[in-house]
Design a protein around this ligand. Structure first.
Ligand code: NAP
Length: 246
């Protein structure tokens, strides 16, 4: 993998490079980064899944961005479509995390309004630590009780999830860095509340046409400015890091 910017050169240890980057938590909420991959023409999926877009370089950055997270945040649609399982960091990642004072593995947090989750899936049955489920306080109490049997509930708002409040709850629980992995609806809700401190975008060398969603879809327009902090290349994929200019 090559670093194109700020200083060109070969990257031997992407996990160490990512871990050295500054991600200071706020007093009221964690640092939140969103990691997404798109085609050259901005599609986030091929035949409904993102896996077809990536390659080894993108997988390495994906693992590195998971490796620094206390919590991996994901929209329920993506958790369902991509069949999310529990994070399984490598032995080296676990050691590096513990050396930084983090838990050996990050926790998954699923954002859902409907609570339509497969509670018998490995995400819930095989997790080292119970996943978090972020849901509206006004959700069906019987369903909430079922979810609470296999996950830790983070309840906010009334009929809707208040993402700012949910992140504040995570921060009070000691969470410093959140890596969000989409999808586009969760991203739109995060952007609407101006919660995206960092945008990690991989651009894959494919032009796919069709009508796949963009990385942020379905909420009011925003105009938030980001500054380029790092640009890598591997397998012809551009791997960029953009930080919010406030
Ligand atoms: N290229 C990439 O990097 C990438 C990354 C991730 C996903 N994807 C693709 O994105 C597609 C799936 O995306 P999606 O449209 O299903 O969007 P999504 O954002 O993954 O999921 C939407 C669902 O998440 C929950 N949700 C999101 N924000 C919420 C909020 N503020 N309050 C309450 N619930 C909230 C709701 O779940 P409930 O329906 O349970 O209420 C909502 O229906 C797939 O094709 C996947 O491959 C691509």
């Amino acid at each position: 993998m090559q670093r194109l910017w700020p200083t060109p050169g070969e990257i031997n240890d992407i996990a160490a490079l990512v871990a050295d980057e500054a991600r200071p938590p706020w007093a009221a909420r964690p640092w939140l980064l969103v990691n997404m991959i798109t085609s050259l023409d901005g599609a986030i999926a091929i035949e409904g899944r993102s896996g077809g877009l990536g390659g080894p370089a993108d997988a390495a950055v994906f693992a590195a961005l998971r490796g620094i997270a206390d919590v991996i945040l994901v929209g329920a649609g993506t958790a369902r479509t991509e069949r999310y399982g529990p994070p399984r960091p490598s032995a080296a990642t676990r050691r590096a995390r513990q050396a930084r004072g983090q838990a050996p593995a990050p926790r998954i947090a699923v954002v859902t309004r409907s609570l339509t989750l497969d509670l018998a899936s490995p995400l819930f049955t095989e997790a080292e630590e119970r996943p978090l489920v972020i849901a509206p306080a006004a959700a069906d109490p019987a369903r909430l009780a079922e979810v609470a049997a296999v996950a830790e509930l983070v309840l906010t708002g009334g009929a809707e999830v208040d993402l700012t409040a949910a992140l504040a709850q995570l921060r009070r629980g000691g969470v410093a860095v959140v890596t969000a992995e989409g999808g586009p609806i969760l991203n739109a809700n995060l952007a609407a509340a101006d919660l995206i401190d960092e945008w990690a975008l991989s651009v894959a060398p494919r032009l796919v046409g069709g009508d796949a969603a963009r990385a942020v879809t379905g909420a009011p327009p925003v105009d938030h400015r980001y500054r380029l902090e790092r640009l890598l290349e591997g397998d012809d994929i551009l791997l960029s890091r953009w930080v919010r200019q406030r």
